[in-house]
Every structure is written in C-alpha cells, then in structure tokens.
Design a protein around this ligand. Structure first.
Ligand SMILES: [Zn+2]
Length: 290
C-alpha cells in the first residue's frame, strides 16, 4: 500500500519528486522589436533595443548565475547577426541554455504565405544552429501570435514545443486550427500577458502599453501566480525582455521573486525544453499522449 501511494505520488510529480516547476524565458529581441514589429528605424527607438544588449542581458546573466537559474532564450536570427557579442555571452555564461526560435526579423507570421514563413524559419534556424551549436526545438512567434501555418511548420521541422498560445496556465497539447483542429505533435508551454514584463513596464505610444508600473505592483501579481502554481503542483512560466526588465528597479524586484521562490522546497527549476519533455513524458506514462 505504502509503495503504491509513493508510486502514485511520484507519477504525479515533476521528475518524480518535485511539487512544482518554474521556468523562465528571455526574449532577446534587441533592435528587431523596433524595426521588425513596430517598423521604427530611427536611432532613438532602435537604441531602446540596444539597452537590452548593453545592460539587460549582462544583468540577467549575472542574476541567473548568482541563483543558478536556467532559462530558455528566444532569439531572432537578426539579433545573432547584429549582436554576436551578446549572443556569445549567453552561449558562454547561461546555465543549460535552451536556444529557441523567435522569428528571423521578429516578423509577424499572421499574414505570411506558407512558403515565405518556411523559408524564414529554415534560414533563421540555420543561423541559430550554427552560432549556438544546437538546433532550436522551441518556437515563440512574435509577439505571441502563432500564424495559421506555423503549427504545420513546427511539426515539419520537428519542434518539441511552442510557446505562443494562452490556453492554460500549465503545459498542454494544443489543437490547431483552434478548438476543432487536430491535436498537435508538440507541447504548448503557454504564455500570458500577466506573466510578461512588457505590458507592465514597456512604455509605448499605444494605449494598451502605458508602461511605468511600480515594481511592487508586479511583484504582488507574480508572487501570487507562483503561489497558485505551487499549491496546484503546476508550472510557473515567466517571460522577460532584457530591454524591459533590465532597469535597476525591476532587476531588484526579479531578484526578490527568485529568492521568494527559492525559499520553497520541492521546486524544479528548468528551461522550457526540459519542462516540455518532462510534461510529455508524464502524459505518455499515463497513456494520455497517443
Ligand atoms: Zn519578442
């Protein structure tokens, strides 16, 4: 009896022993956000992306080194071409880095013809693969917007997971096209605007991105979300942008959050790829992934 209870408990746990998973991702957009998404090509908006390379990435790397935090790094191919020294630092210093695809130019794929999206993905994956010496196995379509053809391409290229959809607050297997489409062959590591630094902090000339939130306000939400994930044996998934979170006040808040989570026992710190593989393994084990 005791053995069976222990076995069931282990099957329900992450890696057979952890109560909760915590996984961070870093979108290393740099200038590509401003020219690719917002079509702004003058020096001042581009230099906001430069802040991510100069200040944000080094500060995140230092913080993650201090607390041994692994992460997934979503990197547009343009960032590799324009910021090789930043990418070199990630390659050299990040703990178990999972290098994931994030568009070639941070382009929207919503209206891209299939052939064009395939060509960009193929070329972008090659750039990442050659630089980091690992083939990307995760995708995040900028800006959290999976295109109508993207799921097919992810299966064609053998991706393990996507991280662009909002359908749950823990990993799941998505259906694409939405709702009545077939179950896809990859794991969704879902995102949400609540657990993304940009809507809170990134000032922009759009009404929905006013930015300038007090870090204490965001800290309250993020800690409560982690508490919920912990209580439910789920997965806390946080998205960060070096050019946004990299300010001193926000880095302090992030350090405080890491310390808060580190006080809890039984937490598995993993990158998104590890989470996706583990979640799939558990589904297969329970006969739920066929
Ligand atoms: Zn991005």
């Amino acid at each position: 009896m005791k053995g069976r209870v222990a076995k069931e408990k282990a099957e329900g746990a992450w890696k057979g022993k952890y109560r909760c998973a915590v996984t961070f991702s870093v979108d290393v957009d740099c200038e590509s956000l401003w020219c690719g998404t917002f079509k702004l090509t003058t020096p001042s908006p581009l230099s906001r992306g430069e802040f991510g390379a100069r200040a944000g990435v080094p500060r995140l790397l230092e913080l993650f080194e201090k607390y041994e935090v692994p992460a997934s790094w979503f990197i547009p191919a343009q960032t590799v071409e324009e910021r090789p020294e930043t990418c070199e630092a990630i390659k050299r210093r990040a703990l178990r880095p999972d290098i994931a695809y994030h568009g070639y130019y941070h382009e929207s794929v919503l209206n891209l013809p299939l052939d064009e999206e395939r060509d960009l993905m193929k070329r972008g994956m090659k750039v990442l693969g050659e630089f980091f010496e690992q083939v990307p196995r995760g995708n995040r379509s900028p800006p959290f917007a999976l295109g109508p053809n993207t799921a097919d391409l992810l299966e064609e290229f053998g991706y393990t997971y996507d991280s662009s959809l909002f359908g749950h607050d823990e990993p799941y297997r998505p259906r694409v096209p939405y709702a009545k489409g077939r179950l896809r062959n990859f794991v969704e590591v879902p995102v949400c605007w609540e657990l993304d630094d940009a809507p809170y902090f990134m000032f922009n000339f759009f009404p929905y991105m006013s930015g300038f939130c007090a870090p204490s306000h965001v800290s309250e939400i993020w800690k409560a979300e982690f508490d919920g994930s912990y209580a439910n044996g789920a997965c806390f998934i946080l998205v960060l942008h070096p050019q946004v979170i990299g300010r001193y006040s926000r880095m302090q808040m992030l350090e405080d959050l890491i310390r808060y989570i580190k006080k809890r026992p039984d937490v598995w710190w993993a990158n998104h790829l590890e989470v996706a593989e583990e979640w799939k393994r558990r589904q297969v084990g329970k006969g739920l992934w066929k």
